[in-house]
Design a protein around this ligand. Structure first.
Ligand code: NI
Length: 136
């Protein structure tokens, strides 16, 4: 670990401290390390050939039978990128699916976007993350 001093306006720091306290951080340094990691992960995602991991969360109505079929189809056609897929039935109509993807950034991003854009998806979100080895 290296100690590093920064200069920051007092009111900005006070607001930041109050924010991270409400988020459960007990340590300002850990909160700042997380910001740095986030920035580095975004940089990894800027390079289409970088190996990355991602989670895609989808909520949809399973009565859109075409959607369920297309989603399965997409996963079969990109089996090399899909690590695991979990499906739960929320109620009579709604399903929640979480798909973990891993591979080259460009391909992972394209597949995640296709899934989210499928007609009938009520909510879709991708979390860009990292394989971890380049993040301390
Ligand atoms: Ni279901």
């Amino acid at each position: 670990m290296e100690r590093y001093t920064i200069t920051i306006p007092e009111d900005l720091l006070a607001r930041y401290d109050s924010l991270i306290q409400s988020q459960g951080y007990t340590n300002r340094s850990e909160a700042i390390r997380d910001l740095v990691r986030d920035a580095l992960i975004e940089e990894e995602w800027a390079d289409a050939s970088e190996k990355v991991a991602a989670t895609v969360t989808l909520v949809y109505d399973h009565h859109f039978s075409e959607l369920a079929h297309r989603l399965t189809d997409l996963q079969h056609h990109h089996a090399g990128l899909v690590v695991v897929s979990t499906h739960i039935h929320l109620d009579n109509d709604n399903c929640l699916e979480v798909i973990i993807l891993r591979g080259r950034c460009g391909e992972v991003r394209a597949l995640a976007e296709k899934m989210i854009a499928l007609r009938g998806v009520k909510h879709g979100k991708v979390v860009h993350t990292t394989e971890g080895s380049r993040i301390g």
